[in-house]
Structure formats: C-alpha cells, structure tokens
Write a protein that binds this ligand. Structure first.
Ligand code: FAD
Length: 257
C-alpha cells in the first residue's frame, strides 16, 4: 500500500529518488493491482516530469513514456501493429491510465505491447543508461527510468495476435512476428517470466530453412515449455502458443495456411 508519494520536480530528481529505493508511479495500474508483487510503500509521481507526446522525428516515431495505451491506440502516427497491441487490454479504464513506459518496465509476461515493440525493433531512451533496444531492457530486467520509446522506420510485414479464452480473460499466449529485409523476429508472451524472442527459430525462418506451418510449429514447440496455469495445462498452453506463432509467421510471409 502506498504510504508516501513525492512529486519529483524533474526526471533527474525522480531518478535520484528511484536510486534510493522509491518506486516510480506512472499510471499506477500495475502498482495498485492487488496481485502485483511490487512493494510500493513509497512512490515518486512521474506525471508532469516525463514526456507524454507522440512526434515524428527524422523518420522515427517518438512516444513519451507517459503516453497512455488509449493515446497510442488512437494516434495516426503509430503503426497498426502497436495500435493493435495497445488496444488488446480489454478494460478501457485500464487503457486510459496505463502508460507505455509502465508497461515496458512492469515487464509482464502477458504484455500485449512488448511483443509488438520487439517486432518493430523499438528502442527506449532512459535517464541513467541512455538508449537501448526494448529487447535489451526487458531481457536484462532493467529498471532505469524510461523517458521515451523510439520506433525506427520500419518497412516489412508484421502480425500481432493473441489467444484468449474469453474477451476479458488474461491471454493464453501473445505473439508478434515481423519480417523485414531478410530479418525475422518472433516475440512470444505468457511462456516464461517475460516476453521472449525465439532467436534460433527466427534465423531458420529468415534463411528459408523453415517453410511449412508444421515445420515452424515443431520448431517453436521444441523451444517453449510453459508450466500449468490456474485454468490451463502447460501442454495446452504450449500447443496454443506454437500454433499461434506458426500461423503468424506464415501470415507474415504472405502465405496463409
Ligand atoms: C485489470 C488489469 C488488467 C491488466 N491486464 C494487463 C495485461 O493484459 N497485460 C499487461 O501487460 N498488463 C496488464 N495490466 C497491468 C498494467 O495495466 C500494465 O502493465 C500497464 O501498462 C502498466 O503501466 P502503468 O503506467 O500503470 O504502470 P505503473 O503501475 O505506474 O508502474 C508499473 C511498474 O513500472 C515502473 N515504471 C512506471 N513508469 C516507468 C518509467 N517511465 N520508467 C521506469 N519504470 C517505470 C513502476 O515503478 C512499476 O514498477 C493489467 C492491470 C489490471 C489492473
């Protein structure tokens, strides 16, 4: 429970307080979520300190860390793949509060936004550690203060999808696949602690070694091993995720199964 909240005067002050153990509060939807394991006793309010605008700069799109998922889903500068991911959280109230910086930093396995950002080769600019790929930020479980998210120019195909049992349920699997200039990215959520990339499968797809949906399914299936969840067995989740990923790769290749 939050017992103390400090309004930082600048990003530098927020980062300083973060270093001293205070928790950043952006939209607060993950911090205040009952099941969250974040111990947010003392928080630093980021509102008014970090950017929350969306701009085009030298062909890249820059998104302020405090941009909400609703603002992202509704902005015409944002690529469709990210709009789709940002719109997947079923509750409008949550989408209106949840920020893109908070979503990346929360680093949840079931993030709808992170797979799309990985497929788009997005980067973050952080206060302490400068610029890095979103992939490095989540893979290395960074906690540096995210100032903005940068989408470099992208030309290629992207498919973003998820499997859910009902409209308001948490997803069984989330996926984003992109294919651009001989490069393939396959980002899969809900399988491990964080969203993962299947780098060996990506290389095999990019080099043309994996072509059929069955081959891609088998390669993905071999690489993932999710545990049981409250309502789904691990083997069911593995099957669904492999099917979703294989189908998304084929769609991305322009070859509907
Ligand atoms: C009912 C419900 C359903 C949800 N469903 C989903 C879901 O399906 N997928 C999903 O991913 N999430 C889900 N969430 C969680 C949450 O809404 C999102 O992860 C959201 O994007 C978090 O953003 P926020 O701004 O609210 O973060 P906050 O709660 O403010 O912060 C989350 C974490 O990120 C840190 N943080 C915030 N901003 C920054 C920053 N700029 N730099 C560095 N660290 C920062 C905070 O210190 C905290 O540790 C759900 C939440 C609820 C309540």
């Amino acid at each position: 429970m939050i017992r103390e909240a400090i309004k930082a005067a600048s990003a530098a002050e927020a980062a300083e307080l973060g270093k001293k153990g205070m928790v950043y509060l952006a939209g607060g939807t993950n911090i205040n979520w009952a099941a969250s394991r974040i111990d947010a006793d003392r928080v630093v309010l980021l509102e008014g300190v970090l950017p929350k605008d969306i701009n085009e700069k030298e062909g890249s799109i820059e998104i302020g860390a405090l941009c909400t998922l609703t603002e992202i889903a509704e902005n015409s500068l944002i690529p469709e793949a990210l709009k789709l991911g940002a719109g997947f959280i079923p509750s409008r109230n949550i989408r209106n509060m949840a920020t893109i910086g908070g979503n990346i930093a929360a680093n949840r396995a079931d993030s709808y936004v992170i797979p799309a950002l990985l497929a788009l080769k997005a980067e973050v600019e952080t206060f302490e550690d400068g610029r890095m790929s979103v992939y490095d930020y989540v893979k290395n479980e960074k906690s540096s203060l995210i100032l903005k998210v940068i989408l470099p120019p992208f030309s290629g195909e992207i498919v973003v999808d998820r499997s859910v049992r009902s409209s308001a349920a948490y997803p069984t699997a989330t996926v984003a696949v992109s294919i651009s200039s001989g490069d393939c990215i396959i980002a899969l959520g809900c399988m491990n602690d964080h969203v993962v990339r299947l780098e060996e499968v990506e290389k095999a797809v990019a080099s043309g070694k994996l072509k059929t949906e069955a081959d891609i399914f088998n390669a993905v299936h071999e690489k993932i091993n999710p545990g049981d969840s409250l309502k789904e067995t691990g083997s069911y989740r593995r099957y669904i995720a492999s099917t979703l990923a294989a189908h998304s790769v084929r769609l991305c290749l322009g070859e509907e199964a």
